[in-house]
Design a binder for this molecule. Structure first.
Ligand code: SAH
Length: 457
């Protein structure tokens, strides 16, 4: 069974550094149930491909020597040596474990950048083929499926359950590896080892950052855990244990009333005075800003997206999208997307609003976000708001060194935010005005800080 991953772009030999596998040196790994080989069929500046080939011994499997606690798991004649299955997942984590965790000694800066990658999974056992787009497309891949006849001599017997699946997308390598690790066994669920509680931890750790928001989260969880109801329920409970929404938290900790409303109004006013006709609300959450934007006649097109499927569902029901007037419905485009992946749908807007979102992203991913927004999408105006950490001292209930919200990855003081904003201006040709939102004091400033960026002509 074979998996190949191709990287197309510039200096693509760096794939070797990312995977910790030298392109010039084929390697062999013992896996207990056979061997894994890693080699590069293609290496050049523009395109590099790595191959992971497994050589599995079906007799060992049938005798139950390995990978099982209770005798053989498979018949003597079995398809395991020829198909991509949970063996491939185990091999991916064993051979590319460091890359999966997002560490690279020599090319750490590349780890966080989405690259144009194409993975080809040869012989995926996929009796549930119709699920392939539903599983992979929400993760940003375009897919190609090649099918095979059961028998060339008898086309009437139809296609077999095995397919070659090609996934292409602009993703971080670690995300691609984690997607493959988790999703191959979702199709071929004959796991070669006993499924126990520790599988939940593996699923949650490899699914971090994408599984919870995936529209087929429940399906993936159920199939990954071989439909063992008690484990599936446990995993879903842990997955869906969402942090409270920003709005709830606002009431609890931000004692000043209506900060949220003040902030949204300030953003709408800035968007209006930028002269924008088209606007995109990035990381729209439950659509609190989107709802205000669509009411403004000046805006003829309003797009809004979020990475979280559940937030979008809430946004739709809160905005009562189905009941909106037709002209408003026509100008609204609500979709699922991520700020850290380049996406054509983000392009062509006069103004982008990113309200209380950056602090939800890992700081290491911010450069990918700025490159996508300021480097590729390039709206004429960008409005970004984020908490001012200095102000937290005013929140009586807040303990030291904590954040306003459990999902915040950081909170910046005014100097940190200003420096970050100025670096963006220098790199991408914008100018910025930093403003304060909410009542503050001279020493610590206001609760929210806002950067209003304008593209220099
Ligand atoms: N802008 C909204 C929501 C703020 S809460 C408001 O002001 O009400 C932060 C939101 O950012 C969450 O809905 C979260 O799902 C979203 N988010 C976090 N990381 C994201 C990413 N990489 N791409 C898109 N949305 C993201």
């Amino acid at each position: 069974m074979l998996l190949t991953i191709n990287y197309t772009g510039q200096k693509t030999q760096d794939l070797g550094y990312l995977l910790h596998k030298n392109p010039m040196r084929p390697q062999e790994f013992e896996l207990g149930y056979g061997k894994a080989y890693v080699f590069y069929p293609e290496v050049s500046d523009e395109s590099t491909t790595v191959a992971l080939l497994l050589d599995i011994n079906p007799i060992d499997l049938a005798r139950g020597k390995i990978g099982s606690t209770d005798g053989g798991l498979f018949d003597y004649v079995n398809d395991r040596p020829y198909v991509c299955s949970s063996f491939m997942s185990t091999a991916i984590s064993k051979v590319f474990g460091t890359a999966m965790s997002g560490r690279s000694k020599e090319r750490q800066e590349l780890v966080d950048i989405p690259l144009f990658l194409t993975a080809k999974i040869h012989m995926l056992f996929a009796p549930n083929q119709s699920m392939i787009p539903e599983i992979f497309e929400p993760l940003g891949y375009s897919i190609e499926v090649e099918t095979y006849l059961n028998d060339d001599k008898f086309p009437d017997w139809g296609n077999s359950n095995y397919v070659d699946l090609t996934l292409s997308g602009t993703v971080r390598l670690q995300d691609l590896l984690n997607h493959l690790y988790t999703l191959i066994p979702v199709f071929d669920s004959k796991k070669h080892y006993y499924i126990a509680n520790d599988e939940i931890e593996k699923l949650l750790s490899h699914g971090e950052g994408w599984l919870k928001e995936h529209p087929k989260c429940e399906y993936i969880t159920s199939r990954y855990l071989n439909r063992r109801r008690s484990l599936v329920n446990k995993a879903l409970l842990q997955l869906l244990d969402e942090p409270e929404s920003d709005e709830d938290k606002t009431d609890e900790k931000e004692k000043k009333p209506n900060l949220n409303q003040t902030r949204l109004k300030a953003v709408v006013d800035e968007a209006l005075s930028s002269g924008a006709r088209t606007v995109i609300d990035m990381g729209c959450g439950e659509g609190n800003l989107t709802r205000l934007l669509i009411k403004e006649k000046q805006f003829i097109k309003v797009a809004a997206f979020d990475v979280s499927f559940t937030s979008l569902e809430r946004a739709k029901s809160k905005m009562k999208v189905d009941k909106l007037h037709e002209t408003i419905q026509n100008k609204l485009d609500l979709f699922q997307g991520s700020l850290t992946y380049r996406d054509k749908r983000f392009e062509g807007f006069d103004c982008a609003c990113v309200v209380e979102v950056i602090e939800h992203m890992d700081e290491s991913r911010l450069s990918a976000f700025t490159q996508i927004l300021f480097g590729f999408s390039k709206p004429k105006a960008v409005i970004i708001t984020t908490p001012n950490a200095e102000y937290n001292i005013n929140y009586e209930n807040m303990e030291e060194n904590t954040f306003r919200h459990s999902d915040h990855r950081f909170e910046w003081d005014r100097v940190q935010f200003t420096n970050w904003a100025e670096d963006i201006c220098e790199k991408y040709g914008y100018k910025v005005e930093i403003k304060e939102i909410g009542d503050g004091d001279e020493e610590n400033g206001a609760p929210t800080q806002m950067g209003v960026f304008t593209l220099c002509e």
